[in-house]
Design a protein around this ligand. Structure first.
Ligand code: SF4
Length: 283
């Protein structure tokens, strides 16, 4: 039987846990709603909510309920308006860290800064931040993208998607400084949860024979944990459930690392741990 090690922090982050808690309170009161997009990128949790009558809608018009939940990623103000205009109640589960990014983007634009948003263009959270910037932000991730914007002599404001790594933000700031702007104002809108988890996965992957990441295949943070683990541990696997585990993956493994993405329920991660602990790895 292999020894299974887990990092101190795994599974739901504060924002996801909070969104699920908000949803639970409404369900307990017998008040039903739809969620605008999946509340978390985890097929089991979404299926479980479906069974309770909580459906995922892709836009507010699709919903037949009188309440709509906004998930932790947040949405642009136009979407909030649209929901209100449909006469529906908003259950706002936007993560407070995301709200800080919204407020910061709006403030920088209002104060006349040319705004750069460090993030992934099509990520729902970035679309929301861009909405609060009234569409005036430039979404950038790479140095070349900054080089294509003329910032010479300008006041430049910078915020980032909450889950951006410090290294990405630093790349953008350095590229901005190269253009000799008049002023650079960076508001730290990063949430350190992601980085702490990635660092923990990296350290764990260095120590173990096999690494298992538990989480939804559509979850970008789960995939990132897998990629990082794979860099340091060749025998790294991503599973959505303990049912996908194969005993042959653990052949001769003495130590196995297990962690879960921010949208993975803790019980799913623990079930994986328990299953691995029962495998006979000597064969
Ligand atoms: S990763 Fe951070 S910002 Fe995103 S939902 Fe979780 S706690 Fe909030």
């Amino acid at each position: 039987m292999p020894k299974v090690i887990m990092p101190d922090e795994y599974s739901f982050c504060f924002g996801v846990e909070r969104a699920l808690e908000i949803a639970k309170k409404y369900i307990e009161k017998g008040e039903y709603f739809d969620t605008l997009g999946e509340i978390i990128h985890n097929p089991h949790v979404v299926a479980d909510l479906e069974k309770k009558g909580i459906h995922v809608v892709n836009n507010p018009e699709e919903s037949k309920k009188d309440k709509i939940l906004i998930r932790s990623h947040g949405v642009a103000p136009e979407v909030v308006e649209k929901i209100k205009n449909l006469g529906k109640e908003i259950i706002d589960a936007t993560c407070p860290f995301v709200k800080h990014a919204h407020d910061s983007a709006r403030k920088l634009v209002d104060e006349g800064y040319c705004l750069l948003i460090v993030g992934k263009k099509h990520h729902p959270e970035v679309i929301g931040i861009q909405g609060y910037a009234r569409g005036k932000g430039h979404v950038v991730l790479k140095e070349e993208e900054v080089d294509n914007i003329n910032l010479k002599g300008k006041k430049v404001g910078i915020v980032s998607q909450t889950t951006m790594l410090l290294a990405n933000v630093q790349t953008v700031i350095n590229a901005v400084l190269k253009q000799n702007p008049k002023e650079v104002r960076y508001i730290n809108t990063r949430c350190s949860t992601t980085e702490r988890r990635q660092n923990a996965a990296r350290e764990l992957a260095k120590m173990v024979d096999v690494m298992v990441i538990v989480g939804g295949r559509h979850s970008s943070n789960t995939n990132r944990l897998y990629e990082i683990s794979k860099e340091y541990c060749k025998r790294a696997y991503l599973v959505e459930s303990y049912r996908e585990l194969r005993p042959e993956w653990f052949k001769h493994a003495k130590v196995v690392g297990v962690t879960g993405g921010a949208s993975t329920p803790p019980e799913d991660v623990l079930k994986v741990k328990e299953t691995i602990e029962k495998f006979n790895t000597r064969r």
